[in-house]
Design a protein around this ligand. Sequence first.
Ligand SMILES: C[S@@+](CC[C@H](N)C(=O)[O-])C[C@H]1O[C@@H](n2cnc3c(N)ncnc32)[C@H](O)[C@@H]1O
Length: 455
Amino acid sequence: MRVSPAERAKNPERYERPVREDLVLQACLEAYGSVRHEGRLSDRALDFVLRHKKNLYSNERRAVAERVYGLLRRQRTVDFLLSRAHTRFDALDKTRQDVLRLATSRVLYGEPLDVVARTSALAPADAAALGALPEAAAALEALPERERFPIAASLPDFLADLFRKQFGRDAARAAEAMNERATLTARANLLKTDRDTLAKRLKAEGVDTTPTPLSPMGLHLESRLNVFSLESFRDGFLELQDEGSQLLGMLVDAPPTRVVDACAGAGGKTLQLAAQMKNRGDLHALDVDERRMEDLKKRARRAGVHNVRAQLIPHEGPEADAALEPLKGKADRVLVDAPCSGTGTFRRKPDARYRLTPEDLEMHVGRQKALLARFAMLVKPGGRLIYGTCSVLHAENEGVIEDFLSKHPDFTVRPVAELLGPELGPKLGPGPYLRLAPHTHGTDGFFGAVLVRAK
Ligand SMILES: C[S@@+](CC[C@H](N)C(=O)[O-])C[C@H]1O[C@@H](n2cnc3c(N)ncnc32)[C@H](O)[C@@H]1O
């Protein structure tokens, strides 16, 4: 008999099978190995491995994802500890190293040492290293702060430096919160429902939710869940969208006239803007990425959105200018949700930090400045330009806005608290911009600025 997701959710213990550790370990090694040694993106590596392991049960799939993500979050810490706890760690072959890394990470996340040792297929010499972890941890604690912080936070040195400069005494807390598991958050599609009705609908499907504290249309979902199989999802009543992203979308406050979502991607914010516009007016969704634009169209259909015009545009040059010409000076709102370092989403993409270099960051900042200047031309007099990133770094956020304002005296900053109203505004912290981070708001890291063009 097939058990419905609702029934399973009501009685999880009854339907949870014991994890077959050998199969889980094998899948973890394949997925982690392809991220660490072959440079694949973690979500793609996991998708790929799990797609080919049809014999794994859902709790085993979850264990694979949790363990691989967990290790990626703590990779630098784990490597340091093992270099101290195992006399020959560096000389071991890759697979043996990865088996040890996975076991160490499980211990760091609080699994009992004897259980991990028993279920990790470790060679005896390697099992002894697990016992030496407390001493290795003490050695880490004893390092001078400058050396300790990047290792304990599992950040590349240059990012650790930026975090220290930017967050000061909160740097460790900021990094620690980025190493937590992210919440699973939905946005109610206000074209089809409201938050309370959606919560009831989900409850009937066996899913517990809690309202997000900041966004009025968000719900945190219990996280052990395949959202895509839910009827509420398939029928377009909800979209997965972090609460921070919802707040950035709210800054647009899109009227049902002409709005441009200039870096629309797969449409996370486009769909939210369409709902703000009540499906009326013209919402131009632009992007350079054809695959994402195709996703956007599919999602728009599911969400019942029909005021969107998706347009693939060239990256730059005269052809890009020509594509934008018809919209020049015509838009009431232009959202530039710019490509960025993604430092705000490390909770979800824990491997991204190890790829990021100072040169990448510089490249992002250059591109952000160029995109903001280009799309600013579409704003009509009196209209608004909204700039956002999912970065927590000053250079990509305030730095880009300051540069823009110094070159565009016809734009002024509109404080976000003013736009979000007296109840929500004060909860967002001081300053004229939206600045969210896991350690301050429990959301992904987001930045948002609203600039008004003079009439
Ligand atoms: C942060 S993502 C957008 C996320 C999206 N707004 C959402 O809410 O899901 C940035 C997007 O900018 C796009 N992009 C990069 N260069 C661009 C350009 N020159 N013009 C327009 N879009 C560009 C990328 O393809 C990517 O989809």
